[in-house]
Design a binder for this molecule. Sequence first.
Ligand code: SF4
Length: 268
Amino acid sequence: MITMPGSPDEMKLVSNAMSNATRRKIMSLLKDGSKSKEEIQKITGPAMLDYHLQLLQQAGLVDAKDKLFELTDFGNHFLESKTHTSTGPRKDLSKSKPIDIVEVRQFLPCIADKSKYRIIARLKPPLEGALELLEPLFPRARYSEKLGVLIIQKKNQIITVYSTGNVTMTMVSSIEEAKKILEDLKKDINDAIETGIKSTFGEKIQVDHNEVYKYLPGTNCRICGEQSCYSFAIRLTGNETTLDKCRPLFEQKYAINLEHLQTLMEYL
Ligand code: SF4
């Protein structure tokens, strides 16, 4: 039997529960079957997981049985109704057209490793709002609502796909390597457009302070209030300070560093 919340207060709980990307990710994960907290944590990370699970349970979308979390009948129905009533082409992958790679160009050497390159490419047609639906397709990916981009991590490379069709890649050795990565990306996306998305069992992307440090200006100017860029990187990774405290980063010459750090911050 499908139980549905009826009162406005109950509907508010549902809408609040579904307003958060982590909770939507948990719902999408549970769509494939019940999971333990440890399994969920591998994807969402431990931060506030109890809180997220509690909100989903309060909203009647998720239930816990024998240390396993699963969608309730209402949770299942809710997800199905969302899929079926999503009539706008922007959020329906099956209405997207297969993509092609129309441009790949080498940009600047990477700041973190001058022997590697930053690559810019373009996919056509743009995926627009359907981009958000691709997150479960890649084991190490995250859709950022704030930036409107899908961020995919492969080893030490970060691939950022924009809804406009632009793609940036860091730490690429050559154009040939970039083309191979893009061909794989194209194949994964086109398969999903044709046959639907099969959720991968995702991994939580780890960002450590050494990775963050590589992209800071490295001048140890102390404007941020820390003793050095390295101290700032440690505090930033621990969520004890914010990127905007490093004012030099907002100078034009650090624009690419800033863009990359903003991407990394999405994973903290
Ligand atoms: S303000 Fe930026 S450049 Fe200066 S010490 Fe802090 S992190 Fe380094």
